[in-house]
Design a protein around this ligand. Sequence first.
Ligand code: PLP
Length: 272
Amino acid sequence: MAAPPTALTIAGSDSGGGAGIQADLKTFLGCGVHGMSAITAVTVQNSIGVSGFYELPPHAVAEQIESVVTDIGVGAAKTGMLASAAIMEAVADAVRRLGVTPLVVDPVAASQHGDPLLRPDAIDALRTQIIPLATLVTPNVGEVRLLTGVEMRGPQDVLEGAQRLHALGAAWVLVKGGHRPGPEATDLLYDGSRTFEFTAPRQATEHTHGSGDTLAAAICAALARGNDVPEAVRLGKAYVTQAVISSYPLGSGLGPVGHFWRIRAWPPESKS
Ligand code: PLP
């Protein structure tokens, strides 16, 4: 069998298995790429929330990146939870030094429960160290507000938020509409001059844990497979839409998006 394209996630572990590294690796498999991971932090997490996290030393994160880039090669990479300014500096240095590109930056700041996944000192490093390296940055409306101060009340605010993030140095910006009210979720993609809209019907489920990670990982996989950014976003949206449709309850809190829809029945005689 020929080697598939390769993708690297630089992100945190979710002990509940729904988001973070675990969601990214499932997505990479579902999207037909070989997934690799540089773990930044280990969260203590279940369906009810994140009760804490433990960071790795910044040099340990950089060494993981260097190890896979110099041997296996990285077709595309994504960042998720980067936890602290020191880890961001180490990641930014490794990404620049090793020429890791294309890079999808999911500017993760908090979980859906509102639990922090970033130290307060890290917001500025996200703005100044990581976003300038992004081929694509994928904020939700809360992350746009956190990073630019722009409140998302209408379409003009969405464009202004995208323009401010582009001005920070991201080549492309995808402002996700999932957290804005309405029957449809519309995402806006912007490259400094062109805009593209992606609309999907809103799914009636609260079990969307890991949806942001899954979208960014699916876009990353599509880039690793050689697609351009607008096509990778279209493919990533299609993947996460199916994952949200396939989400399931777990524990007593918020369940995860589902990746089983990409898996053929196994064992072969079973139906699901
Ligand atoms: N835990 C980790 C390690 C994550 O990376 C993320 C999101 O990026 C989350 C939790 C939060 O996921 P959600 O906002 O979908 O609950």
